[in-house]
Design a protein around this ligand. Structure first.
Ligand SMILES: N[C@@H](CCC(=O)N[C@@H](CS)C(=O)NCC(=O)O)C(=O)O
Length: 328
């Protein structure tokens, strides 16, 4: 675990001293866009054109942020359009590295052994954390974007000439509902579990813990009345919540001390998570070996023995029962 400072790798854990024990996520550095013809992005961002074979996605199967992009790549049928590397699940003193262990795909584009080498190719003086996901441009030899929320939007709408244009996870009429849900879920849930887990004072742990479970309680209520977060259609907001829910009982309950309730204790969140897991193509993107081993073995300040718990038993293929709520 470390970061680059002026292009030099430093093996350092997150600094929580300067923030009273709280984990603060750093801002993402590469924010270019991909658009169908290279016209500027939705907020006027500098953009490059969509092309088959031009872009490469670096992910970790353990990481919930990277996982969302992998799901969109799969569901938008972009597997032959955007190539893929999967880092090793262990994140140690050199950060993310490549290997040929089960489920990993080495870097066939830049031939890197460590992910930070890819960041240095994009910017030899880079300062910041070396995170997944990364969308790489083979033609310009640089990183286009390393913000999962933006990569999702890019995959959803920019490659329709090559992928499946018939599915849209961010339709215009639901856009404001999706954005509002994302905002609530991001801070309280997606990032909330990390704020609990990486806190280094009791107070810094307790605050996000309460926000997390209050939000899950509200989402449980919403999902008792509607099939998906934005109504009767599945959207990007659902995939963004899913990658946290699927890690919750096996990892966040124990490792990050998010243990007021399990997802298994919420009937609607549980059924909803099962439906999403069983969605065609999705279970293939879920790798519990990478997920459990990454967290329990990489964060040795939280789990110094690196023992990986064997449970819980998960039966993710049982009927989800969500048909009782209407779907469009
Ligand atoms: N804002 C980024 C965050 C991604 C992120 O934090 N990824 C984690 C893995 S779960 C990572 O690579 N961490 C390495 C580090 O912080 O050094 C996104 O959503 O794309």
């Amino acid at each position: 675990m470390g970061l680059l400072v002026d292009g030099k790798w430093q093996d350092k854990w997150y600094d929580t001293k300067s923030s009273g024990g709280s984990f603060q996520r750093t801002k993402t550095a590469f924010r270019r866009w991909v658009t169908p013809n290279g016209e500027p992005g939705p907020d006027g961002q500098d953009a490059v054109p969509a092309e088959a074979g031009r872009y490469h996605l670096y992910v970790s199967l353990a990481c919930p942020w990277a996982h969302r992009t992998l799901i969109l790549r799969k569901l938008k049928k972009l597997e032959d359009v955007v190539s893929l590397s999967v880092v090793d699940w262990f994140m140690g003193s050199e950060g993310w590295t490549f290997s040929d262990r089960q489920g990993c795909i080495p870097d066939g584009v830049n031939g890197a052994e460590r992910l930070y080498e890819v960041y240095l190719k994009a910017d030899p003086n880079f300062t910041g954390r070396v995170t997944v996901p990364v969308l790489w441009d083979k033609k310009d030899g640089t990183i286009v974007n390393n913000e999962s929320a933006e990569i999702l939007r890019i995959f959803n709408s920019s490659f329709d000439a090559f992928g499946d244009a018939s599915v849209d996870f961010c339709p215009a009429d639901l856009r404001s509902a999706i954005d509002a849900t994302n905002e609530e879920v991001y801070e309280a849930v997606n990032n909330g579990v990390y704020k609990c887990g990486f806190a280094t004072t009791q107070e810094a742990y307790e605050k996000p813990f309460h926000v997390l479970f209050d939000t899950l309680d509200r989402l449980e209520d919403r999902l008792s009345r509607q099939r998906y977060l934005a109504g009767d259609r599945i959207t990007e907001a659902d995939w963004r919540l899913f990658t946290t829910l699927i890690r919750f009982d096996p990892v966040y309950v124990g490792h990050f001390k998010c243990n007021k309730r399990r997802i298994a204790d919420y009937p609607n969140l549980q059924g909803y998570m099962l439906e999403l897991y069983q969605w065609p193509g999705v279970r293939e993107t879920v790798d519990f070996h990478h997920i459990k081993h990454h967290y329990y073995e990489s964060h040795d300040m939280i789990n110094p023995t690196r023992i990986v718990p064997l449970g819980p038993e998960l039966d993710l293929d049982r009927p989800h029962g969500r048909e009782r709520l209407a779907a469009a």
